[in-house]
Each structure stands twice: as structure tokens, then as C-alpha cells.
Design a protein around this ligand. Structure first.
Ligand code: CAA
Length: 258
């Protein structure tokens, strides 16, 4: 498959997607998002892939939706074209884990794209913001919904209303990112984490992702019930037998992803 705005690589069981539109700091236009969705779906369907990584450049993960394009759009263009939905919403239906490796700017839609991933690992130069208010608009790809869940209502209000940038240290303290690493080690650290995840039983990993995501959508009792059912179902997998017997026999587990 050839791509205009992304690079796609397989590294053992890890699928790596690099946003590659440097002239505009990876501004997210339809072609780029079509390519991202297609690449994620491709890896999701690939039995040999256990985890995916989405990254940008050292300067920008993505500086947001493409302002040059949005400036031309009227209401009917965005409504009828299903803008920021048609080729964004499919990301939340990807079943394998996606790690966002964020260096530099993750602004507006860039921050929202990172939040659509399952884990955000940031370089020490990462900067997050929802600056849409400065453009006379507002976050449109989940920023007002996912940010408060990640960093609290007060901090999300602060960011969405003032448009200020949050640096990597603050983002980690606030819970938006799982950890911060030096820029030079970002990709190697993220790939290492992705390889670890991909070494585990794929169906079990997918169930864990599904269960953690459920916590966003349901109350506690319903979520715990859902988790318990999935937990029980792991006892029907070959990998659960292998994992537990390997522990008891003091040897590494060899998962067959079934
Ligand atoms: N869309 C289109 N082009 C963009 C862009 C964007 N979101 N962000 C940057 N660019 C372009 C610039 O226009 C510039 O192009 P030219 O060289 O042709 O002039 C190029 O990328 C480099 O940018 P700068 O010269 O501005 O670089 P800088 O280092 O001085 O500043 C920046 C970097 C602070 C990220 C600045 O570019 C900026 O503020 N960008 C816009 C950020 C923004 O507002 N994002 C939110 C978009 S709205 C949105 O995302 C809606 C939603 O919820 C889905």
C-alpha cells in the first residue's frame, strides 16, 4: 500500500504508523486520516500484529486539524461530509492496543487523536493543548469529553477555555500521559512497551482493552460485572492454561494467541 502522508512499518509483532506531513506539522486533513484509519484497520486484521504505535516527528505529533481546509468549509460541508467523524470514529473501534508516542506539539485534533489511542507516552518536549477557542471554534474530535475524563474537569476547562499549552511534566502529573521519556529515547521506549504488550496473548490483551474502555461508558457495578464475565471467559482460552502452567513450572510462557 502506498501512502501520501504516513509511513507504515512492521517491527516484529508491532505495527508502526508515522504521521508524515512535515511542511504543516502533521496537520490532519482527510487524506491523512483516511490513511491512518486504513493502516490501523489493516494492522487490526493482521494476525501477526499484537500492538500498534502511532507517532509523528520530533517537532510535532500533530498541530491539529488542517486549518487551511476548515477555513473553506461551511456547515453543510462538515455535516454532509461527516467531518472529523467518518475517518476518526473508526479509531475507537480498533480492538488491539494503540500507543501514541508524542513528541512536540499535540494540539487540537492532535491532542484528540492522541487521546483516541489507549496509552500516551510523551517525550520531554511534548506540548498538549486544545487551542480551538483562539480560532473561533471549539474542540470537535472529543477534546471536551476525553480531556476532563483524563485530567479532571478543572484542568480540562482551563485548557479548552484558555488554550494554554500543557508541558509533558504537567501532562504526566495530571494523568493525560502514562510516562515521559527523553526525546531521543521516545520511539525505542514506546516500541519496547509495544513489544511487551504484543508478547502476551492477543485475545487476552484485547479483552483487557475492552474492559478498561468499558469503565468510561458504564457505572462501576456494570463495569465490574462486565470485567468479571470477560475474566471468566479467559478460563476457556489455551493461553490462560499456558500462562498459569508456565508460572508453576518456572518457565517463560509461550502464548499461541488462542
Ligand atoms: N493546520 C494547517 N496548517 C498548520 C497547522 C494546522 N493546524 N499548524 C501549523 N500549520 C502550518 C503553518 O501554517 C505553517 O505553514 P507555512 O510554513 O506554509 O506558513 C507550518 O505549519 C509551520 O507552522 P508555524 O510556522 O506556525 O510553526 P511555529 O513553530 O511558529 O508554530 C504552532 C507552531 C504553535 C504549532 C503553530 O503552527 C500553531 O499554533 N498551529 C495551529 C494549532 C491549532 O490551532 N490547532 C488546532 C486546530 S483546530 C482543530 O484541531 C479542531 C478539532 O478539534 C478537530
Amino acid at each position: 500500500m502506498s501512502h501520501q502522508y504516513i509511513l507504515v512499518q512492521k517491527k516484529d509483532r508491532v505495527g508502526l504508523i508515522t504521521l508524515n506531513r512535515p511542511a504543516v506539522l502533521n496537520a490532519l486533513n482527510d487524506t491523512l486520516m483516511d490513511e491512518v484509519c486504513a493502516a490501523l484497520a489493516h494492522f487490526d486484521a493482521d494476525e501477526e500484529i499484537g500492538c500498534m504505535v502511532l507517532t509523528g516527528s520530533d517537532k510535532a505529533f500533530a498541530a491539529g486539524a488542517d486549518i487551511g481546509v476548515m477555513a473553506q468549509y461551511g456547515l453543510m460541508d462538515v455535516y454532509k461530509g461527516d467531518y472529523i467523524t467518518r475517518n476518526w470514529a473508526p479509531i475507537s473501534r480498533i480492538r488491539k492496543p494503540i500507543i501514541a508516542a508524542v513528541a512536540g506539539y499535540a494540539l487540537g485534533g492532535g491532542c484528540e487523536l492522541a487521546m483516541l489511542c489507549d496509552i500516551i507516552i510523551a517525550a520531554d518536549n511534548a506540548k498538549f493543548a486544545q487551542p480551538e477557542v483562539k480560532l473561533g471554534t471549539m474542540p470537535g474530535a472529543g477534546g471536551t469529553q476525553r480531556l476532563p475524563r483524563a485530567v479532571s474537569k478543572a484542568k480540562a476547562m482551563d485548557m479548552c477555555l484558555s488554550a494554554r499549552m500543557m508541558d509533558a511534566t504537567e501532562a504526566e502529573r495530571a494523568g493525560l500521559v502514562s510516562r515521559v521519556v527523553p526525546l531521543a529515547q521516545l520511539l525505542s521506549e514506546v516500541i519496547k512497551t509495544a513489544e511487551t504488550i504484543a508478547s502476551y496473548s492477543l485475545p487476552i490483551v484485547m479483552m483487557i482493552k475492552e474492559a478498561v474502555n468499558r469503565s468510561y461508558e458504564t457505572g462501576l457495578a456494570e463495569g465490574v460485572h462486565f470485567e468479571r464475565r470477560l475474566f471468566y471467559s479467559t478460563f476457556a482460552s489455551e493461553d490462560q492454561k499456558e500462562g498459569m502452567h508456565a508460572f508453576l513450572e518456572k518457565r517463560p510462557a509461550h502464548f499461541q494467541h488462542k
